[in-house]
Design a protein. Structure first.
Length: 172
């Protein structure tokens, strides 16, 4: 099983809404007893967790829109079929504090997912759509600008409260 958290690499983007997938990947690794450290390879930070089944958790280290090639390299190396790929990502179509787990469907526009679909040859993998939209109607920023802003401390807490719920719904 391969869990990929989507986001943008580097300190500059660490707290951005676009990095909700990275944040969830970190959460999953931190839930493991004696969690292994992330290592670098395949243009990703990744680690292998061995519980009932092997789980690879990865964070591509290319910008969000270029996530396809690193995920393809990693999935090819470990021979991960699409049926065993889970991708966690931010979703502006879902309010902050909510999520959806779906196969083959997602937001209308998400360049990170478009890159994955292109390089994997199919959109038929599991997506964890993490809601990040908390824009007030009177100050509705364009999505591209909004996702590159940092979460507020209150919004981070909402995610930290949500992640255990998502984790419990995953078939790991």
């Amino acid at each position: 099983m391969l869990l990929v958290g989507l986001g943008n690499p580097g300190k500059k983007y660490e707290g951005n809404r676009h990095n909700a997938g990275f944040m969830f990947a970190d959460y999953v690794v931190n839930q493991q007893v004696n969690s292994p450290p992330f290592k670098s390879g395949f243009d990703c930070e990744y680690c292998e967790i061995k519980n009932r089944q092997k789980l690879i958790v990865a964070k591509p280290q290319k910008y969000m829109n270029l996530s396809g090639p690193p995920v393809r390299k990693l999935s090819d190396f470990y021979k991960i079929p699409l049926s065993e790929l889970i991708v966690a990502h931010d979703d502006l179509d879902i309010p902050l504090g909510k999520f959806k787990i779906q196969i083959g469907t997602g937001p209308k526009m998400h360049n990170g997912l478009d890159s994955l679909d292109q390089y994997l040859g199919s959109p038929n993998y599991t997506r964890i759509r993490i809601g990040v939209d908390n824009r007030p109607p009177e100050r509705r920023l364009p999505g591209e600008a909004y996702v590159l802003q940092d979460f507020t401390p209150e919004e981070v807490q909402i995610l930290l409260d949500l992640f255990p719920v998502i984790y419990s719904r995953m078939a790991l």
